[in-house]
Design a protein around this ligand. Structure first.
Ligand code: MTE
Ligand code: MO
Length: 200
């Protein structure tokens, strides 16, 4: 008899019918992983900037950012250190909304955080409803240890791509590797292909 177990219960299924990418295990808590101290970024000083390869820039302060249309998203998180958390609930602004109308030929993005963390990905992986600037988690303001006031959320890639304390995105015609990518993590980081390290 269909419909007894909600299909959402185990999280969204990948094509293979699995909820968990290879090599991952489930956690119920929400681990904190930061490469350095938690930077002080507060709404009164927070700014977010997109810079295109042409030099065109857009900047939002907190009020302008929060005036943008926001959406609720429920997604699964997969960390390269092998924990996965299914069905996490966020509220944020789609990156599509921020990039809309910017003239660019860029194929690459370098994401910049307060505190100096960076991560890189193809620009198309930030667009088409795949990525958000998240400011709330589980119905509350995003806490500093999880990247508040705002973090990037790119759940289809390993979680190191989801930069906490995000402050900007550079749109680039050439690729520049970010913090973990320079240290030997995979350049793309698809959890379903187990792209953990650069040789994977
Ligand atoms: N700015 C910044 N963003 C970051 C990190 C970091 O050290 N600094 N760590 C990354 C890594 S490796 C992971 S697994 C996730 C962890 O997010 P969490 O602490 O909310 O679980 O944040 C990612 N984003
Ligand atoms: Mo990570």
């Amino acid at each position: 008899m269909p419909g007894i177990v909600s299909p959402g219960f185990f999280g969204r299924r990948h094509e293979g019918g699995q909820a968990l990418p290879p090599g991952q295990y489930l956690v119920r808590d929400f681990p904190v992983l930061s490469a350095g101290p938690t930077p002080r970024a507060t709404p009164d000083t927070w700014e977010f900037r997109i810079i295109a390869e042409t030099g065109e820039q857009r900047t939002w302060d907190w009020a302008a950012f929060r005036a943008l249309p926001a959406v609720d998203v429920t997604v699964d998180l997969h960390c390269v250190t092998k924990w996965s958390k299914l069905g996490t609930a966020w509220r944020g602004v789609s990156v599509d909304v921020l990039v809309e109308g910017i003239e660019t030929n860029a194929e690459y993005a370098l994401v910049l955080s307060y505190g100096g963390y960076t991560t890189n990905l193809p620009l198309r992986d930030l667009l088409g409803g795949l990525a958000w600037l998240a400011f709330a988690y589980d119905g509350s303001d995003l806490t500093p240890e999880h990247g508040g006031p705002v973090r990037l959320l790119v759940p289809h890639l390993y979680l190191w791509k989801s930069a906490k304390w995000v402050r900007g995105i550079d749109l680039r015609t050439t690729e520049q590797r970010g913090f973990w990518e320079q240290l030997g993590y995979h350049n793309y980081g698809d959890p379903w292909l187990e792209q953990r390290y650069s040789e994977d």
